[in-house]
Design a protein around this ligand. Structure first.
Ligand code: SAH
Length: 245
C-alpha cells in the first residue's frame, strides 16, 4: 500500500474557515508538519496528534521530513496557510515527490487570502483579477514589475501577496509607482491584515495613499480596476449588470 501525505491548506487562520476536507485530512494524519505559527493556529483541536514544527525557509527540508515520516508508515499532513497550492508547498512537494514513487500525495484545497480578504472588504474580485507576489526571494524583481505592468494594462483587479517584509519595506511603494504610471491615483484600493486571526484590520484607500502606507507581511493588498467603487463603505468591483431604477 502506498504511503499517504495530505498537503493541506488550512485557510487564513481560524478553524471555521478551514474546509471540511481539510479537517478530515488532519484527522486522518498521524503527524502534522508545519510552521510553529500554523500549528498554534490549530489550537487544541488536534492535540493528540504528533506535531512537528519546522523552521521558516528550509522548504526543501520540510518536504523531505514529510516523505521520511511517510516512509516510516505514518500518514502525514503538511500544513500550509490559505491554499497549499497558492504560494504554498504543494508544487515543491509534487516536484520532490518524483523521488518517492511509493508515496501518494493528496492536495487539499483551502481558502486563499485573496478570497478571505475580499470577503472582509466587500466584493473587490467581482470581475477578472490576478494575484502577484511581491517577494523576490525566488522571482527576479524585473519579472514582478513586468507582471504588474501587464496586469494594469489588462485592467485586472490586482491582489498583492507578500507585500512587505523586514528586508523589503519599500516594495509596496515601488509596486504602486509602477501601477501609478498606468492608472489614475484615485483608483480604489484596500488591504486586510491578519485575516481570520486575532487583530484583523481592514483599510480602504486610494492608490496614491496606498503608496505611502506601511503594511506588514501578514497583509493582503487589493487594487481595484476601472469598474471598482466604494459602495456603502465596501470595496466593490462591478460586473456590469444594468437595471431600471
Ligand atoms: N498559501 C497562502 C499564501 C502564502 S504567501 C494563501 O493561499 O493564502 C504569504 C502571503 O499570503 C502573506 O504575505 C499575505 O500577503 C498573504 N496571507 C496569508 N495569510 C494571510 C492572513 N491570514 N491575513 C492576511 N494575509 C495573509
Amino acid at each position: 500500500m502506498k504511503h499517504k501525505i495530505y498537503i493541506v491548506g488550512m485557510g487564513p487562520g481560524k478553524e471555521e474557515m478551514m474546509t471540511g476536507e481539510a479537517v478530515y485530512a488532519l484527522e486522518q494524519a498521524d503527524i502534522i508538519v508545519g510552521y510553529t505559527t500554523y500549528l498554534h493556529l490549530l489550537g487544541e483541536h488536534f492535540r493528540e496528534k504528533e506535531l512537528r514544527a519546522t523552521p521558516m525557509r528550509q522548504e526543501e527540508k520540510r518536504c523531505r521530513i514529510c516523505f521520511e515520516e511517510a516512509e516510516k508508515g505514518k500518514t502525514v499532513a503538511l500544513l500550509c496557510s490559505g491554499d497549499a497550492g497558492i504560494y504554498g508547498m504543494a508544487s515543491l512537494m509534487l516536484e520532490i515527490g518524483r523521488e518517492y514513487p511509493q508515496t501518494e500525495l493528496l492536495v487539499i484545497a483551502g481558502v486563499t487570502a485573496a478570497s478571505s480578504g475580499a470577503a472582509v472588504l466587500g466584493a473587490p474580485l467581482g470581475h477578472d483579477f490576478c494575484t502577484v507576489s511581491l517577494s523576490d526571494l525566488l522571482t527576479p524583481w524585473e519579472t514582478i514589475e513586468k507582471r504588474l505592468r501587464a496586469a494594469a494594462e489588462g485592467d485586472f483587479v490586482i491582489v498583492l501577496y507578500n507585500p512587505s517584509s523586514h528586508k523589503r519595506k519599500e516594495y509596496l511603494k515601488r509596486a504602486c509607482d509602477i501601477l501609478l504610471s498606468h492608472v489614475e491615483g484615485d483608483r480604489v484600493c484596500g488591504y486586510v491584515e491578519n485575516i481570520g486571526r486575532a487583530g484583523t484590520r481592514a483599510e480602504l484607500c486610494t492608490l496614491t495613499e496606498l503608496r505611502d502606507r506601511q503594511v506588514n507581511m501578514f497583509t493582503t493588498v487589493f487594487i481595484g480596476n476601472s469598474e471598482s467603487e466604494v459602495i456603502g463603505g465596501r470595496f466593490v468591483t462591478k460586473r456590469g449588470y444594468r437595471w431600471e431604477e
